[in-house]
Design a protein around this ligand. Structure first.
Ligand code: ARG
Length: 596
């Protein structure tokens, strides 16, 4: 669905053509001075330069052309040659009715849909999530929703970190701590038949819970840093796991399953859902043939017992390390699984674009992997894109940590923000009549809105400070403010329905109504910008502007007390605003409650 600016541009192209001016100068854009005009034409100045004519004269000709156009109520030449347009109420009304009737709330679709894979979240077995994972989840989820909404065929993959050194560490730590379990595993390994498998799984399940992993992993990780013997055992365990040792595989499956179940639950509370939950381990069987192929292609070079791919280029401004494909112990590395994953995705999805929403600190890693993939012919240059992001910082300016000082536990974070949301609701006198369960669900929604909106309203590249007081406020540029506006419209519409008042054709007249329609009209452009720049902050910005325009309209224009036709028009305008606001929030991964 095309917005007013593009329709006006098309008409404006006629007068530019008749003047002999280049058509790309004919663009009509929303006015910088909404108090003076709705739209403006800036191209007269550049056109005059090209045509070697007086800019004000050209502008006057453009203005004369527009004067005869019924969609326009006022035309004016300003300054050295800007043309200001004010639309007629009728054309704004027509546009408003179009948006109100549109199930996509006035959004467009991409002309050429693509297959896009989004790699985001990236949680790991046992290792706690940090803010990088949190931001990756929030940003990736929003991009996935946006691309899909605009028509792309999108697959979101969690790319679960389930295959690295941490697995060998865990296996070592668990078996060291629990000799009877080690005995049971040894027995299973002596006869790893299907018949024995179920019993062995039951043993492991009984012996190892998620809390054990949470407890054992940090200690094992610490110990491996200073204890070379321990580190070697863990490395060996990693290599044996990857080579298929049956008892280790069994343990690993259990570790991965319990971690994944807990993560899925926490992600779900945050409104983050992956389409595929593949892991690094899923490409294990691809690695050997891949390495053979890379060798055959002459891309692998021996390097101190390891094998590498050289990716540095002459024009590089900083030095990039090679890709370590096979370590000196013969293990596959983080980059190896990433390379094999590119191959795997090509086979099952063949994405035209793969986006990696991962902490900026991994920029070099991805540059190296992508270059290796291009060299190997697993992707075409430019099809792989790392969308890095800044960090969410604590008051000390360093990446945010929980009160305990540790890395972020998603569960704790959600609980902390939800507690704050409860307080805020109480403070604001909201939700008091809700049944306890609904109140809880609402508090979670407010919490998620606070966290996600605070994150997504920044351009993803910038870092920001975690400030729960500000994020959770019902005033200002916050998620809770937007929810509050949405809920306000919902209750207005409910009340109208109770009174038997129905929405009808929209007829704009008041300035606040005009502004609201212009805000609604800008949705498509905001989405296009977010899509092109791969940055959800444009959606967040739009949601905030729309809510502000609605709020002014609500204050200036009586609705239920208005005469029937005006009331019907305003109800329809309110409903259209709500639909678009909720759509925008959905794209940010935020859901609004029915009432508060
Ligand atoms: N699990 C990784 C980490 O915690 C992030 C994975 C990102 N995606 C990828 N394809 N490497 O750092």
């Amino acid at each position: 669905m095309r917005d007013l600016a593009s329709r006006l541009t098309e008409v404006n192209a006629e007068v530019f053509a008749s003047l002999g001016a280049p058509l790309e100068l004919a663009r009509v854009s929303p006015s910088d001075r909404p108090d003076l005009a709705d739209f403006q034409i800036n191209g007269a100045l550049a056109a005059a330069r090209r045509l070697k004519r007086n800019p004000r004269e050209i502008a006057a000709q453009i203005a004369a052309f527009w004067k005869s156009n019924g969609d326009v109520a006022a035309v004016e030449v300003a300054g050295p040659g800007f043309v200001n347009l004010r639309l007629a109420d009728g054309s704004l009304s027509a546009r408003a009715n179009e948006i109100a009737a549109d199930e996509r709330a006035g959004a467009g679709r991409v002309a050429a849909p693509r297959r896009v894979l989004i790699d985001y979240g990236g949680p790991n077995v046992a290792k706690e999530m940090h803010v990088g994972h949190l931001r990756a989840s929030i940003i990736g989820e929003s991009l996935k929703r946006l691309y899909r909404f605009l028509g792309d065929d999108v697959l979101g993959d969690a790319h679960f970190g389930d295959w690295g050194f941490q697995m060998g560490l865990l296996i070592t730590a668990v078996l060291d701590e629990d000799p009877p379990l080690a005995g049971l595993i040894a027995r299973y390994e002596a006869d790893p038949s299907e018949a024995n498998r179920a019993a062995a799984i039951a043993d492991v399940t009984r012996a190892v819970a998620l809390e054990d992993l949470d407890r054992l992993y940090p200690a094992a990780s610490e110990r491996s840093k200073n204890d070379a013997g321990y580190r070697d055992r863990a490395r060996r365990a990693t290599a044996e796991l990857q080579a298929g040792r049956s008892g280790y595989r069994l343990l690993w499956e259990h570790f991965a399953a319990v971690t994944r179940a807990a993560l899925t639950r926490d992600f779900h509370a945050l409104g983050v859902d992956f389409d595929v939950w593949k892991g690094e381990s899923d490409v294990n069987d691809l690695i050997e043939p891949m390495v053979r192929e890379l060798r055959a292609k002459g891309l692998l070079f021996p390097d101190q017992g390891a094998e590498i791919i050289r990716v540095a280029r002459n024009e590089d401004k900083r030095e990039l390390p090679p890709l370590l494909v096979v370590s000196s112990e013969g293990s596959a590395m983080y980059g190896t699984t990433d390379l094999a994953t590119i191959l795997d995705r090509k086979r099952y999805f063949d994405p035209q674009l793969a986006l990696y929403v991962v902490d900026q600190r991994q920029a070099d890693h991805f540059e190296v992997v992508f270059r290796a993939a291009y060299l190997a012919g697993y992707a075409a240059e430019g099809q792989l894109d790392h969308l890095g992001f800044g960090t969410m910082n604590g008051p000390d300016g360093k990446p945010f940590k929980t009160r305990a000082g540790g890395v972020l536990k998603l569960r704790e974070l959600i609980e902390m923000i939800t507690a704050k949301a409860r307080d805020r609701l109480h403070e604001a006198g909201l939700g008091a009549e809700l049944p306890p369960e609904e109140f809880e669900a609402t508090a979670l929604k407010v919490a998620v809105a606070a966290l996600k909106f605070a994150d997504l309203s920044n351009y993803r590249g910038t870092s920001y400070v975690f400030d729960l007081d500000r994020f959770s406020s019902f005033e200002g540029k916050t998620g809770p403010y937007l929810l509050y506006q949405a809920v306000r419209v919902k209750s207005l519409l409910r009340k109208a329905a109770e009174e038997g008042a129905n929405p009808g054709p929209i007829e704009v007249a008041a300035p606040a109504e005009r502004d609201l329609v212009l805000a609604l009209d800008a949705f498509g452009h905001a989405l296009a910008e977010a899509y092109d720049k791969k940055a959800p902050n444009f959606i967040a910005e739009h949601a905030y502007r729309l809510a502000g325009a609605f709020s002014k309209f609500y204050a200036a224009c009586p609705i239920l007390a208005a005469p029937p036709e005006v009331r019907a028009s305003r109800l329809a305008l309110a409903a259209a605003s709500l639909a678009q606001l909720e759509q925008a929030l959905t794209l940010l991964g935020i859901g609004a409650p029915e009432r508060m």
